[in-house]
Design a protein around this ligand. Structure first.
Ligand code: CMC
Length: 427
């Protein structure tokens, strides 16, 4: 029997069950509150609200812990591969060798896009932001692969999940190529997931991309770091869109739209722009003063859940050093600015009091730039990697018998009921 919480509202007292998960704080189950007490709860931004039950990812923000299906992110980033993490998130367990071989084959053989899909890109302006292309192109997948959009069929759900994980690198690389004005490069089945993606981005007809194991490993690790992050804004968007029964391609397009914002996935692009704007170490104090005067935010810093160092930022910082060393740019002036900015911010009472630490985006921009990507591509890479998280959470939601269509309520503060007046009688 669950513990009970008592809530008194006027003359009424309501008993509410207190639920506990594997870890994390207890959760007061308020589902019957409106029916029994005729009141709503008010929680803009969902700072105290659990919207679902999930077995996929756990975050302890105070301790700086991130687990996928129980496995610490640092171990996955160091020892696993992105595709193995995809299998883990989607299926709940690490695969056996045979299971992985089958999954790898499934993903590899779904990487191509329908020939007609390529023509879809031509409709975008040449200077379109690659994220704008992603929102449109991923939504368009439902028009091409409608044979797997019946959300009530578990086989179709899995086919759509595989298609999305497989086709996202091809679409992302095409968005990049279109942005650059270069011809599209088709996927190759003999390459790994990350190798294939880098080749589709960086090969040109005049010169084939030259594989580099350090850079490929770094790309794969960056994908792992972004694979899932519990009920963040874009994942909640995917779940909410999916709660109406919308098809998974449309739901993921909604997630991409949400991710684009600078407070969420767009922060990696903004963080690099900020470092470029600061430019040199001597300009940091002036910039930090601007943050403290609330003229702007320090991008790549702070997190709704982490009130400690983001464990992904630790791995990202290490990866950043490895990539810069490999491309012969260990003296990157932006890295110096980032490291000094981090040091100054972490010793300043403004940031200490508010528990603001670097998040995954603080070092990702410098790293992705060193890998050869322009800032406009940073959020696209985030979207590519997060697709597995979104689709795993979408699948979990559809398969959860307690799931209902998402429908929050509100405090209405508008005009009271009044009679319509004709225009000739209005002032
Ligand atoms: N720079 C300066 N002040 C900040 C920052 C920041 N980056 N983040 C939070 N604060 C301050 C904020 O002004 C507030 O101060 P006060 O209590 O005096 O009004 C306090 O800290 C709490 O801020 P909040 O806005 O209530 O916090 P939140 O949980 O709603 O916001 C956040 C989380 C990520 C939107 C925010 O920290 C932020 O805007 N960070 C910069 C953008 C960024 O790096 N986003 C990437 C997040 S990680 C990748 C991802 O998952 O998308």
């Amino acid at each position: 029997m669950a513990d009970m919480a008592k809530m008194s509202i006027g003359a009424k007292t309501v008993e509410l069950p207190v639920l506990t998960g594997t870890d994390g704080p207890p959760v007061v189950d308020i589902r019957k509150l409106y029916a029994e007490a005729d009141v709503f709860t008010y929680d803009p931004g969902f700072t105290s609200t659990a919207s679902c039950e999930s077995k996929i990812t756990f975050i302890d923000g105070d301790a700086g812990i991130l687990l996928h299906r129980g496995y610490p992110i640092a171990q996955l980033a160091e020892q696993s591969s992105f595709l193995e993490v995809c299998y883990l998130l989607l299926n709940g367990e690490l695969p056996s060798a045979k299971e992985f071989e089958e999954f790898n084959r499934n993903i590899t053989y779904h990487t191509m896009l329908h020939e007609q899909f390529d023509r879809f890109f031509q409709g975008f302006r040449r200077d379109a932001h690659p994220m704008a292309i992603m929102v449109g192109a991923v939504g368009a997948l439902s028009a091409f692969y409608h044979d797997s959009t019946n959300v009530d069929d578990p086989v179709q759900r899995m086919i759509s999940s595989h298609r999305l994980i497989a086709k996202m690198p091809t679409i992302a690389a095409r968005a990049f190529k279109y942005f650059r004005g270069q011809p599209f490069v088709h996927p190759r089945n003999d390459l790994s997931y990350s190798e294939n993606f880098l080749r589709m981005c960086f090969s040109v007809p005049a010169e084939d991309w030259v594989p580099n194991p350090v850079l490929t490993k770094a790309m794969d690790r960056i994908f792992i770091l972004h694979a899932d992050h519990e009920q963040n804004a874009s994942t909640s968007t995917v779940r909410l869109a999916g709660s109406s029964g919308a098809n998974p391609f449309a739901c993921i397009a909604a997630g991409i739209a949400c991710l684009w914002g600078p407070s969420h996935g767009g922060a990696n692009e903004e963080a690099l722009n900020m470092l470029i704007e600061i430019g040199t170490v001597d300009r940091i104090p002036e910039y930090v003063q601007g943050v403290k005067d609330r003229r702007y935010r320090l991008m790549g810093f702070g997190h709704r859940v982490y009130k400690n160092y983001d464990p992904r930022a630790t791995v990202m910082q290490k990866t950043c050093h490895e990539v810069l060393a490999e491309v012969g740019n260990s003296d990157d002036p932006l890295l110096k600015v980032a490291m000094e900015l981090e040091k100054i911010a972490l010793s300043d009472p403004y940031f200490i009091e508010r528990k603001l630490y670097p998040n995954v985006d603080f070092y990702s921009g410098i790293t992705l730039r060193a890998l050869g990507f322009p800032p406009e591509m940073f959020t696209v890479l985030f979207a590519l990697a997060r697709t597995v998280g979104w689709i795993s959470q979408w699948k979990e939601m559809i398969e959860d018998p307690s799931q209902k269509i998402g429908r929050p309520r509100q405090i209405y503060t508008g005009a009271p009921a009044r009679d319509y007046t004709t225009i000739d009688t209005r002032d």
